[in-house]
Design a protein around this ligand. Structure first.
Ligand SMILES: Nc1ncnc2c1ncn2[C@@H]1O[C@H](COP(=O)(O)OP(=O)(O)OP(=O)(O)O)[C@@H](O)[C@H]1O
Length: 304
């Protein structure tokens, strides 16, 4: 059982905060790291693979720090996003080279095992330049798996794949997860993530915005945020009318004007609010959700 623990980690590049105080635990099975472009996913993966030092906080693998720790690198396989492969090598030569870099006792045998695992045995003697996008992705996977790591990290592995390649890779990831490996892949597409991941971690603008299984993330889309600030033409009347309804848990008049409100049932609240306003002849000037993390997740999820 291998677990990556990210503890209050921030990482900035000069004045850009790419990862902002993130705490999360990645355990065995398949985890999807979901977030829009620029959310900080690649930075998180680089931190988890020991390629990047956190600016603050710690990243550990079963309790051992990852940064500059050769011992734990042996446990990790990384499939990077970029395509910088050595096009003039054959698939086999590329995987063998990685086995040699790891100092494995029998690089040839290790490469054959990895190539078989991702079903690239038949194509192993062709040069990488002749491979399709999906094959390139698989050869990167074979080289990441050549030392039989317990952790596999993949950065946007489905990008540019056709549907058949996508299904094949999903199968592979599921198998790896079922074998007890800790598999994490990043994506900006919810549907892609929920098809294969047991656990989903959502990052938005460098922050950890949500965490849970597919059901929990989907519920965020329907439950919607439940804290709001309202500005109306008659806050006092509006607040007491709202408080009388079962969809509202609490409402308070703010000293600076407006109503601070907590809804217990968003669906019903969204119907009741305009109806009550109409009944009392009150104009609604502003309805703003104040539950920022949920709102950002929601805005992101519905925009994809
Ligand atoms: N080496 C770097 N120098 C400066 N800024 C960087 C660097 N790497 C990333 N960033 C910035 O950090 C933020 C997070 O980037 P990151 O690549 O981690 O996000 P991402 O979610 O992987 O996005 P993408 O899918 O577009 O790669 C972005 O604003 C990005 O511009």
């Amino acid at each position: 059982m291998t677990t990556i623990q990210i503890d209050h980690v921030s990482r900035w590049y000069r004045n850009v905060v790419a990862v902002n105080d993130i705490t999360m635990t990645i355990g065995p099975g398949v985890t999807g790291l979901l977030g829009p472009n620029g959310a900080g996913k690649s930075t998180l993966i680089a931190l988890m693979s020991g390629f990047l030092a956190p600016s603050t906080g710690t990243v550990t693998l079963d309790g051992d720090p990852l940064w500059r720790n050769e011992q734990v690198y042996r446990e990790i396989g990384l499939v990077p996003e970029r395509e910088a492969l050595f096009d003039y090598l054959t698939g086999r030569q590329f995987v063998v080279a990685n086995a040699e870099l790891h100092g494995l006792p029998d690089p040839g045998a290790a490469a054959q095992r990895a190539l078989a695992l991702i079903e690239m045995t038949d194509a192993q003697d062709r040069t990488i330049s002749t491979y399709s996008k999906g094959m390139k992705q698989r050869i990167k996977m074979a080289s990441a798996l050549v030392h039989d790591p317990s952790v596999l990290l993949l950065d946007e592995p489905f990008n540019g794949m056709d549907p058949r390649q996508r299904i094949h890779l999903m199968e592979l990831l599921r198998t790896m997860g079922a074998e007890g490996r800790t598999v994490l892949f990043s994506s900006h597409i919810l549907e892609e993530v929920e098809q294969v991941a047991r656990q989903i971690e959502v990052v938005v603008a460098g922050r950890h915005a949500a965490s849970g299984d597919f059901g929990a993330i989907r519920r965020l889309m329907t439950d919607r945020p439940n804290r709001f600030v309202l500005r109306t033409s008659d806050d006092r009347t509006m607040a007491s009318a709202l408080l009388a309804d079962a969809s509202v848990r609490g409402a308070r008049l703010r000293s600076e004007g407006g109503i601070e409100l907590e809804a217990s049932d968003f669906g019903r609240f969204s119907e009741v609010l305009p109806r009550l306003a109409r009944e009392h002849g009150i104009r609604l000037h502003e309805v703003t959700p104040t539950d920022e993390s949920l709102e950002s997740v929601f805005a992101y999820l519905v925009s994809t």
